[in-house]
Design a protein. Structure first.
Length: 367
C-alpha cells in the first residue's frame, strides 16, 4: 500500500515537474520569437511607411514604426501552436480552433488596416462585434456550464454579456495605448494575473500555456517599447491583446458555479476598464462624440501633473498590479460579494470624480 502511494506521489511530482518545464519552454519560445520579430517589424514599418505620425494628442515628436502588434500576434500564435503539437495530447475540436483563429486573426488584421487607413470608429465596432460573436458561437460556448446551456433565456443573456464584454475589453486596452510602454505593461500585468488564476484552477492544457505565450510575446515587445519607444504596437497590437484578454476573462470564470466570480476578471483588467468608462461618461456629459479622442485620459492627466512620461506609466502599472492582486485574493478567499461591493464603491468614486471634472471644464469654458 505504501509502495503504491509512494509511486503515485512520484508520478504526480514528475507530471508537475514536466508541466512546469513545458510552460517555461513555451514562454521562452514566445519571448525569443517576439524579440526576433519586433526588429523585423521596425524595418517593415519603415519600408512600407506604416508609421505613427506625431500630432497635438501624441507624446512622441518623430514618426515611430507601428507594426509591433504583428510581432506580438505572431509570437503568441506560433508558440501556442508549438505547445499544442509538442506537449498537449488533448484533441481539440476543429471548430474551436477555427473560431479562435478567425477571431484573433481578424481583429489583428482589422487593427493593422486601421493603422494604415484609419477606419471609422463605427465600422470598427461592427467588425469587433461580428468577430466576438464568431468566437462565442464557435469556441466560448463550450466553456459555458451545461446547466446554463439547458436554459435558452440564460444562454441568450450570457451570450450578449460575453460579446459586449469582449468588445469592451478590446476597446479598453486600445484606449490605454497612449504612452510608451503603457498598454503593453498594463496588459502584461493582466495576463500574468490570468496565468495565476488558470494555474490555481488547474487549467493546464490550453488556457495556461496560451496565456504564458501572450506574456512572453508582450515582454519581448516591451524591450523595444519602453520610453523612448523604438516601435508601437498600434491598433493591431492593442486590439489583439484586448481581444485575447476578453477571451481569457470568459475562460477564467467558465469552471465556476456562480456568476459572482465575474468580479475577478474585472479587477484583473480594472485600470483600462475604469479609464474607458470614465472617458465615455465624460464625453457624454460634455456632449462630445463618445469615440472622439481627447487628452483627458488618466495617463494624460498624470503626465501633466508630474511632467514625467515614465512616472505616469509606473503609477498606472503599480495601480494595475494592486488591482490584479486584489482580484487574485478575491478568487483565492472566495470573497466575491465583498469584491462586488468594493467595485461598486470604486465605481461611485469614479462617477463623482468625472462629474466634478466635467463641471470644472464647463466653468473654464464659460470663463
Amino acid at each position: 500500500m505504501r509502495a503504491d502511494k509512494a509511486e503515485r506521489s512520484l508520478r504526480a511530482f514528475h507530471a508537475v515537474h514536466n508541466g512546469m518545464l513545458n510552460y517555461l519552454i513555451i514562454t521562452a519560445a514566445s519571448l525569443v520569437l517576439s524579440l526576433s520579430l519586433t526588429p523585423v517589424m521596425i524595418v517593415a514599418s519603415r519600408k512600407w511607411n506604416i508609421m505613427d505620425i506625431p500630432n497635438e494628442r501624441k507624446a512622441h515628436e518623430t514618426p515611430v514604426p507601428l507594426m509591433g502588434g504583428v510581432a506580438i500576434y505572431l509570437a503568441t500564435i506560433l508558440s501556442t501552436v508549438l505547445y499544442v503539437f509538442l506537449f498537449d495530447g488533448a484533441k481539440l475540436q476543429i471548430n474551436i480552433i477555427v473560431a479562435f483563429l478567425i477571431g484573433i486573426s481578424g481583429v489583428t488584421m482589422m487593427g493593422l488596416i486601421d493603422d494604415i487607413l484609419s477606419l471609422p470608429p463605427k465600422r470598427r465596432l461592427v467588425i469587433l462585434f461580428i468577430l466576438a460573436l464568431i468566437v462565442l458561437v464557435g469556441c466560448l460556448q463550450f466553456y459555458f456550464p451545461r446547466t446554463l446551456l439547458e436554459n435558452p433565456l440564460l444562454t441568450s443573456v450570457m451570450s450578449v454579456v460575453v460579446v459586449f464584454w469582449i468588445v469592451a475589453v478590446t476597446n479598453a486596452v486600445n484606449f490605454s495605448d497612449g504612452l510608451d510602454g503603457l498598454a503593453s505593461s498594463l496588459s502584461l500585468i493582466s495576463a500574468l494575473a490570468f496565468a495565476v488564476i488558470f494555474f490555481l484552477q488547474g487549467r493546464y492544457q490550453l488556457a495556461l500555456p496560451t496565456t504564458l505565450a501572450l506574456c512572453g510575446a508582450i515582454v519581448g515587445f516591451l524591450t523595444y517599447n519602453f520610453h523612448p519607444a523604438e516601435i508601437f504596437m498600434g491598433d493591431a497590437g492593442s486590439m489583439f491583446i484586448g481581444f485575447m484578454l476578453g477571451i481569457l476573462s470568459i475562460m477564467s470564470i467558465s469552471s465556476q458555479s456562480s456568476i459572482l466570480t465575474f468580479v475577478v476578471p474585472v479587477f484583473l483588467i480594472l485600470i483600462p476598464i475604469v479609464d474607458m468608462c470614465v472617458s465615455v461618461l465624460r464625453r457624454f456629459l460634455l456632449g462630445c462624440p463618445v469615440m472622439k479622442p481627447d487628452k483627458m485620459h488618466f495617463h494624460h492627466l498624470l503626465v501633466e501633473r508630474f511632467h514625467s512620461h515614465r512616472a505616469a506609466v509606473f503609477i498606472l502599472v503599480g495601480a494595475q498590479a494592486v488591482c490584479a492582486g486584489v482580484g487574485i485574493a478575491i478568487y483565492m478567499l472566495k470573497l466575491f460579494i465583498e469584491g462586488w461591493i468594493l467595485l461598486g464603491v470604486l465605481a461611485l468614486f469614479a462617477i463623482i470624480y468625472t462629474i466634478l471634472k466635467v463641471r470644472r471644464l464647463k466653468r473654464q469654458t464659460l470663463n
